[in-house]
Design a protein around this ligand. Sequence first.
Ligand code: ADP
Length: 471
Amino acid sequence: KSRRRWWNVVRALDEFEEAASTPVGRLRQVVDAMAVEMHAGLASEGGSKLKMLLTYVDNLPDGSENGTYYALHIGGTNFRLLRIQLGGQRSILGHDVERKPIPQHLMTSTSEELFDFITVSLKEFIETTNGANQIRGKDLGFTFSFPVKQTSLSSGTLIKWTKGFSIDDMVEKDVVECLQKALCRTGLDMNVAALVNDSVGTLALGHFYDKDTVAAVVIGTGTNACYLERADAVIKCQGLLTSSGGMVINMEWGNFWSSHLPRTSYDIDLDAESQNPNDQGFEKMISGMYLGDIVRRVIHKMSLESDVFGPVSSNLSARFVLSTPLMAAMHEDHTPNLTEVAKILEETLNIKDVPLKVRKLVVKICDVVTRRAARLAAAGIVGILKKIGRDGTAGITSGRVKSGKSGKMRRTVVAIEGGLYLSYTIFQEYLNEAVSEILGEEIAPFVTLKIMEDGSGIGSAMLAASNSNQN
Ligand code: ADP
């Protein structure tokens, strides 16, 4: 009987693997769907689940920036404070960062409480990095990693919360005004010079180092991307004039959806039980907030259907008990007996003494979930390249590859940041590999993915520098 139960579990795994599979043909459909949705989102307001938001960033840093600037970054899990000293000629003379987790209760409290926590932390940070000296650098970049409808580079209203945040009094409010008021309450005389999405900050830092950087992706607690678009392609904003003729578009790609995405019953349940059902569908398959929870759901179902995990642990019904870093630790357990897997199963899920073959099964579940996530993110990236004619398909004539006016494929850099991509090695490898696989061996060498650690904050300080009214 127990043998039959084992085979039930093996079958359940096979079914899951099949439903979550991402052969390159399917990824190419996702690439096409992404490019189509990008067009639709640029054509009209509400034309797509992709909001394709204007950022009012038309000039990216070029390395000539000078002076001391601060940045604040509210991500999904973490909060960061940064100070950078720029010396012109593409040089960063000094750079301090402090990271703090955002206290859970502040994610659902009031905007005043959240912003007071932030500005008080900033005050302490300035005092420690600056000593007793007078504050140098009064311009602040504000990286806010949630969908914002910007009205200028330094103003914008919150469209909605994502990633488990829910502070009702802030929705549709100007986030810079909230911050500026809190700065006043805390007695900090500073100017919020740029309001920046985290992906836009990452693009700014990427461009600071390498002018071929045309897009940026963040994969941390949530996921998002932005890229440099031609102003005249933003059809929903007729007559959009920018000094460079371009504009960075914040895609808010976490909300992308396509029928080609390999959705499973676990994704449907996760979405239905989330704080934002029917929203952020792409993000829920890809980002750090959710991957561990998908794994937990698969183990839970298997545990209900068989006894291979022993008696059904009540921990298995608790949402988010299995975090993505713990899932990654199981996936990357290189001990011969998978002792790390055993330890996490016991300590986190209260599942004890499972045989090695069951521990291997758990590693396999982690692999299926991460592989799908990484490959879908890769398809999203190639979708952006396709939209801007940098995937090598624009000019294929009779099998010969060309792109761009010159008829040659141009070197293209995509900046990447976010805790999931940076710290989860297997995820990173799967993503890089899938980008090459989708592009094919002829085009892949032209496209480079470059890690921009802390880019979301540093880039934001750089945008504050270029928008500073002190210069
Ligand atoms: P945020 O997205 O909150 O701004 P990060 O970009 O640092 O911050 O991403 C943090 C997220 O990255 C975590 O919530 C977690 O999901 C994921 N993460 C961090 N470290 C790891 C790790 N070692 N393995 C897997 N995922 C990780």
